[in-house]
Each structure stands twice: as C-alpha cells, then as structure tokens.
Ligand binder design. Structure first.
Ligand code: IDP
Ligand code: MG
Length: 143
C-alpha cells in the first residue's frame, strides 16, 4: 500500500482546520504513520519545492510555507483524491481544497503527487523514519 506525505500548510493551521483535516483521512480509513508540527526551515522548504524553483510564484511560495507552523504527516492509503486538485476555486466540493480553499497558492494542504515524490518528501520531512504499526480496523476497512 502507498504512503503519501501530506502537509497542512500555514493557512490551514492558522485557520484552525487541523482537526477537521486529520479527521478526514482517519475516518476514510487511512493509517497515520507520521506526524509532526514545525515551522519549516528554509532549506527544507526549498528542497521540497525545488521542482518549482524557476516558476514565477516560487519566491512567494517559499515565503508562505516558511511563514509559520505546518503539520507534516504520513498517511498510508490513497490520499490524493481526498485533497483535490491545486486550485481551491475549481476543486470539487467534498475534497479538502474544494471545501476549504478559495485560491491556488493558499490551498490549505499539500500531498505528494506520485510514488517517487512521496519517498523523496517522506525522507525530507521524516528523516528519523515513520511509525510501523497495524491498524486493526483495516480488516474491516479493506475487503
Ligand atoms: P500541487 O500542490 O497540487 O501538487 P503544484 O502545481 O505542484 O500543485 O504547485 C505546488 C504549490 O505551489 C501549490 O500547491 C500552490 O500552493 C503553489 N502554486 C502552484 N501554482 C501556483 C500559482 O500559479 N500561483 C501561486 N501559487 C501556486
Ligand atoms: Mg505538486
């Protein structure tokens, strides 16, 4: 099963959305295997968004993501469709971005977009590794 790096961005933390967002992944049936709150150091933020470093929004994005605490998480199970597409204005209701975001930059949450980015991002944000445990309810959640 895939594990995704998920991060509640500074706007989501400031707006008090942490409990609601964690609850969506948890009640859907994903398994929480990493959780930490931190104000991202510049070098982690720059490494995380390195693929975008030529884009016009890059410096604003780095400023935003280092502006205050984020909640970094690792979730096992399918996460991306809970998050929704980048632009909150067009993301479908029912997704986190569709329900909570009104813009493309301040879009509340990040989720890795594939297996390779997931392993890179998990190593970057969780250098000490993840929590290895079995969620007993998975016997009911998965057929
Ligand atoms: P993603 O987060 O859905 O994977 P990406 O295209 O990888 O979206 O962009 C990374 C992040 O950069 C977005 O989540 C958003 O916060 C920010 N971003 C992307 N495009 C724009 C833009 O056009 N203006 C401002 N910020 C943007
Ligand atoms: Mg992306």
């Amino acid at each position: 099963m895939q594990t995704t790096f998920v991060m509640i961005k500074p706007d989501g933390v400031q707006r008090g959305l942490v409990a609601d967002i964690i609850g969506r992944f948890e009640t859907k049936g994903l398994r929480l295997v990493g959780l930490r709150q931190l104000t991202p150091p510049l070098e982690i933020a720059e490494a995380h968004y390195e693929v975008h470093n030529e884009r016009p929004f890059y410096s604003g994005l780095i400023e935003f993501i280092t502006s205050g605490p984020v909640v970094a998480m690792a979730w096992t199970g399918v996460a991306r469709n809970i998050i929704g597409p980048t632009d909150g204005r067009t993301a479908a209701p029912g997704t986190i971005r569709g329900d909570f975001a009104m813009d493309i930059g301040h879009n509340v949450i990040h989720g890795s977009d594939g297996e390779d980015t997931a392993s890179f991002e998990l190593g970057l944000w969780f250098p000490d590794g993840l929590v290895d445990w079995t969620r007993d309810a998975e016997a009911q959640i998965y057929e």
